[in-house]
Design a protein around this ligand. Sequence first.
Ligand code: MLT
Length: 239
Amino acid sequence: MNIAVYFTPLGLNAGELGGRGVVVIDVLRATTTIVAALANGAKAVVPAASSEEAVRLTANLAKDGFVLAGERKSLKIEGFGLGNSPREMTPEAVGGKTIFLATTNGTPALVAAQGGDPVLVGAAVNFKALVARARQVFAQRGELIIVCAGREKQFALEDAYTAGRLIKAVRPGARKLTLNDAARAALGLTRQFATWAAALEQSEAAHQLVDVDLADDVTFSAKADRFGVVPSYADRRIT
Ligand code: MLT
């Protein structure tokens, strides 16, 4: 059995994930935000590779059915209805709507993972439910691929730590387990940080959020198992 981690989606070749079981992680904050939106009644989330693409995808849609959401440098994009804060994804804001989301690293990573089957959306806030689903996929396929969004094409601590926690949770019972180097390093991080909060708070992404007064998003994202949904991405939509 085999678990492979990618610390950023850059190493993925087009079509490489076709039909393979994938988990995408961007804990601060895109995947946390997507989980919160769907748990709070959004109809679907459509990840866009850029804000321009999000605008283009909505050009011919009825205004009352969708919300544009996303960030640049952590802050809401001008003209968009919502930013990328999981705390904004309230039932009032997202209920019944399709959210077109454009973020710096998270939504491009999801777009890069298209074709995986399934592509599961992972975070701390849905961790227990994610583990249950990922264990099923791993047992059936004998393989699991974990794609971290990373940050500005680099390693991101919070995503790698979450990947490590996921490996630790799915591996019991695996026969002849092969891990790639990134998976081994991710696993090592779980010995370094005892809690989600400890790992997330030390990350560069958290420092950037604190700098723009979004420390509450770090706290929100570090609380495991708030939601029981495991969003899955197929046919360009996450539901
Ligand atoms: C990203 O996609 O890089 C993040 O979700 C950025 C953020 O926290 O807004």
